[in-house]
Design a protein around this ligand. Sequence first.
Ligand SMILES: *Cc1c(COP(=O)(O)O)cnc(C)c1O
Length: 417
Amino acid sequence: MNFETALLHGDFDGDKNTGATLTPIYQSSAFGQESAEKIEKIFHNQAAGFAYSRISNPTVAAFEKRITFLENGLASVAVSSGMAAITAAFLNILKTGDEIISKSSVFGGTIDLFRDLENFGIKTHYVTDITEEELKPLINENTKAVFAETIGNPKLDVTDVETAAKLVHSYGLPLILDNTTATAFMIKGIDLGADIIINSSSKYINGSSNSVSGIITDSGNFKWSAEKYPVMKEYLKFGKFAYTAKLRNDTYRNIGCCLSPINAFFNTLGLETLGLRMERHCSNALRLAEILEPKKGIKEVNYPLLITSPYYDTAKKQFGKNGGGILTIRLYTKERAFAFINKLKYAINITNIGDTKTLVIHPFSTIYAHSTAEEAEKAGVYDDMIRVSVGIEDIRDIIDDFLQALEYINKELPIDI
Ligand SMILES: *Cc1c(COP(=O)(O)O)cnc(C)c1O
């Protein structure tokens, strides 16, 4: 089944009772069962059914099934936010004394989380890329996983997933991949060897910014062992379902980071148009990047499919004609960046990506406010830079808007170049 069709028909349930074309919003905390025997079976995973919405819910399950299908995974667990997804994905396998390796270009919130984990004795080492030279000196018996984003937000560095997965596996480690900025539309991380896929479904999957949520998809391919991952011991009997079984029956359930049914419904609804939207996000972003790059007053435009991007070859090989919906622009000074944002008519000044509408932000003074200048630079963030999440508007209006803002700052805040 091709992707666009899969968005509509892949593991589609609707509602068997009524024929409704979307699984309804089962806004219920708990589900009564006909007998004590039945509920006992549900609690022991011996019968299908629902008991309590912190553990599972029909509307949430419908969303999980669709994502599992689209990511070519074994199973998914949907959670209350992208950050909850990253937290649960790691806590599911780690204990005090463990170490992880992450690309330094990952989302600012993720770096904050990894810093918090240090208080629990879990250390994160950062690398700029997943290469043997960078990984080898950091790996020891405590190293438990390697983490990367498909396209770093906002550095826009592209992970060569197939090459990274091979290398990570050669050390007996799983690759956990945050696919938020690319989505399954651009890349099937699991087919290329990633073991666990994270999506902040608050972004492109939902599409209209009406719900915060996240989802973890397990490939079922990684061979967990009791020696290396003692916290997984009890669950190894579930074979390839070990990771998901522990997640659902333990980590996710006990932390309580469940997704509300109504938000799951909005996500499933948004998912139906993911392909159409991503196509437009990608073509609009490339067009805007190409128009702005040579313009006076712009120091740099960063977009994976610009020939000037250091990641052009990887992006081209991995994504073909789709470079994602995000670009960054450097405008020489923070003052010019602020004035530019303030002058835009359509683009909303907001801390978000993946909306149908074009969004801009100055990451240095906001998302990276808690980071040191060095951390920010490693993440590709500078004080004269704005990040643009290009929407699905008619791009001619967005181009006009950006050009008038540029003209304005070039006049009011000229730079000598
Ligand atoms: C937004 C984002 C997250 C966090 O997701 P929330 O749903 O906001 O918690 C994680 N990773 C990436 C790449 C993101 O863009």
